[in-house]
Design a protein around this ligand. Structure first.
Ligand code: MEV
Length: 315
């Protein structure tokens, strides 16, 4: 038997444009998913038969690891379809637990296989941002090679190469505002792909501008210049609005949070899901989000990447 724990993530800057080769900055946060695998005659998930309809991410995670049959137990403290990487955490934890069982676990192999599984689950689209951040933990910059920061690994897909780099971010508290509207990454990534096809040069200009904001945002955050980082978050949000992935509720939660924050933006794929705020006052910011109809979570950056254990781990 083997168990893996994987953190949730937030994208601080650069979502969507990263799929087109622009930089993005993501960080693991202190919410977690857990997966245990125990050898069995036929694969089950929480006591139910494995289903390609209900367990899309698990099916792909098991396929890419060529896993034998297991009784799989999952538990997650990460709200699903909330832009916080719940499916990346579940996929990564499953891959890691299987690799641990097979005696082949290491974070880089986990990141590669988890990305392969996510990419398949998202209909052949997306970047390795979420799965690599969940695998590595801490702060992760996804960039064109060579990029800035300490190298983690490089992942290639078709014409793109993403260099994953570790970035040391100062300890930071964020307020997440969950809209309670489901944002499906596959749908939003497909929507942006249609925008890119329709708009051609204009779309490429928007992606490049998001990339510039992500680079400046990383510099502002690593220098602990929160007012500058906040302004860049707002600009990033406006650019994401042009891509069509914000919603009236995300805009409303960002506007409400801004009264007690350096900046706010949607995080992850959008189309629902969550926004993040860099608060000047955590309690007041969370309260403003609640009053505007969102569910606030206070989260901290700097969570560890995926961890594996032989056997069960007490909850
Ligand atoms: C989703 O968390 C991040 C996106 O950029 C998609 C991806 O990178 O695969 C929207």
């Amino acid at each position: 038997m083997a168990t893996a724990l994987a953190p949730a993530k937030v994208i601080l800057f650069g979502e969507h444009a990263v799929v087109y080769g622009e930089p993005a900055l993501a960080a693991a946060i202190d919410l977690e998913a857990r997966v245990s695998v125990r050898p069995a005659g036929v694969t089950t998930v929480n006591g139910n038969p494995l289903s390609s309809q209900h367990h899309v991410h698990l099916v792909h995670a098991l396929q890419v690891t060529e896993a034998p049959h297991f009784d799989i137990t999952t538990a997650s403290g990460i709200p699903s379809a909330a832009g916080l990487g719940s499916s990346a955490a579940l996929t990564t934890a499953t891959v890691a637990a299987v690799l641990q069982h097979l005696g082949r676990f290491d974070p880089e192999r986990t990141a590669r296989l988890a990305y392969e599984a996510e990419w398949r689950a998202q209909g052949g689209r997306g970047s390795p941002t979420d799965t690599s951040t969940v695998s590595a933990g801490g702060g992760v910059l996804v960039d064109r090679p060579p990029g800035e920061g300490e190298p983690l690994w490089t992942i290639e897909r078709g014409e793109r190469t993403w260099a994953l780099r570790r970035v040391t971010l100062p300890p930071m508290t964020l307020v997440v505002g969950h809209t309670q509207e489901r944002g499906r990454t596959a749908d939003e990534v497909a929507k942006v792909a249609r925008f890119a096809k329709r708009q051609g040069t204009f779309a490429r200009e928007v992606f490049a501008e998001i990339g510039g904001v992500a680079r400046d945002g990383m510099r502002a955050l690593t220098a602990n210049d929160l007012p500058a980082a906040g302004k860049l978050m707002e600009r990033n949000h406006r650019l994401l609005t042009i891509l069509g992935v914000s919603t009236p509720k995300l805009d409303r939660l960002c506007a409400a949070a801004m009264r007690h924050a350096h900046g706010a933006k949607l995080t992850g794929s959008g189309g629902g899901g969550s926004m993040i705020a860099l608060p000047t006052d955590v309690e007041k910011c969370a309260d403003a989000i609640r009053r505007a109809g969102g569910v606030p979570y206070t989260v901290h950056l700097g969570a560890r990447g995926v961890r594996v254990f032989a056997g069960e781990v007490p909850a």
